[in-house]
Design a protein around this ligand. Structure first.
Ligand code: ATR
Length: 268
């Protein structure tokens, strides 16, 4: 029996357990995916990771508020180190290793929708954890990245770290979007209320628009984007592919993507 899990606080409403367990069934893997909610302090987190390793837990996903701290505790790979956050820990080696599948998850979600990334002009709204991962991921694929954030200093600091990127405030969006091929919302705007961080009249039909928000699936941003004929990619795709990448790393098997997608969407 393999045990995988999610470390976060809170994790009660996570969709990862049903998504991963649907995959284990399809792959005939004897495994469970369990959620863990340790207290949010560094010493407890270190003990939790040591304990997981000692107990033979095969892999852990990591979510808010632990991604940054876990990056500093485990042996993080180069991409996770650049992003400064780990969302996947692999216990199969001598030492636990840390990885970030949010970046490649976003890239696979876009590729799945035939969005061209190499040479594309991409605008990332948001410079928090999700924005960092997506900005690095897009730059690695050869996109020219512009970061727009409410707090401008965070956008410029991130732009300084991402190769070839520029950063600015939200007021720059109409101008930068006019020339853009791709827009990704990596803010939490749209989650609690029917709001969008992007003015509807800044969108156009040549854009692909991806939203990291998945509750609700149909955000105002995606409705506005669909209304002008843009390609839309909802937040469940990113959630799906970060899980697909984690599962493939842990098990060495090809993930049953359709099964995981169905399990996820049945609950959204
Ligand atoms: P996550 O890990 O999900 O990215 P985060 O690190 O807290 O979460 O980042 C949240 C992002 O949403 C930030 O870019 C934040 O902007 P600030 O850096 O200015 O805080 C953005 N955000 C949250 N609420 C917002 C709002 N009402 N308007 C615009 N941006 C908002």
């Amino acid at each position: 029996m393999h045990v995988f899990g999610l470390l976060g606080n809170p994790v009660g409403h996570s969709l990862s357990p049903p998504m991963h367990e649907a995959a284990y069934d399809a792959l005939d893997l004897e495994a469970r995916y369990v959620t863990f909610e340790p207290e949010n302090d560094r010493a407890t987190l270190e003990r939790a990771l040591e304990g997981a390793d000692a107990l033979g837990i095969a892999g852990l996903n990591v979510t808010i508020p632990f991604k940054q701290d876990v990056c500093a505790i485990v042996d993080a790979d180069p991409l996770a180190t650049r992003i400064g956050a780990v969302n996947t820990v692999d216990f199969s080696g001598e030492q636990p290793t840390g990885h970030n599948t949010d970046a490649i998850g976003a890239i696979r979600a876009l590729r799945d929708h035939d969005v061209t990334l190499e040479g594309a002009t991409a605008v990332v709204v948001g410079a928090g954890g999700a924005g960092r991962a997506i900005a690095f991921g897009l730059a690695d694929e050869g996109a020219r990245v512009t970061i727009a954030n409410r707090t401008v200093s965070k956008a410029t600091a991130l732009a300084d770290a991402v190769p070839g990127a520029t950063g600015g405030g939200l007021e720059s969006l109409p101008e930068v979007l006019a020339e853009a091929d791709l827009l990704v919302n990596a803010t939490s705007v749209g989650m609690e209320s029917d709001e969008t961080p992007v003015p509807a009249d800044a969108l156009h039909g040549d854009l692909a628009v991806m939203d990291a928000v998945y509750r609700p699936l149909e955000t105002r941003l995606l409705r506005d984007a669909a209304a002008v004929g843009a390609t839309t990619v909802d937040g469940a795709w990113m959630l799906l592919y970060q899980g697909v990448e984690a599962l493939e790393r842990w098990t060495g098997r090809d993930a049953p993507v359709d099964v995981m997608n169905d399990a996820l969407r049945a609950r959204l």
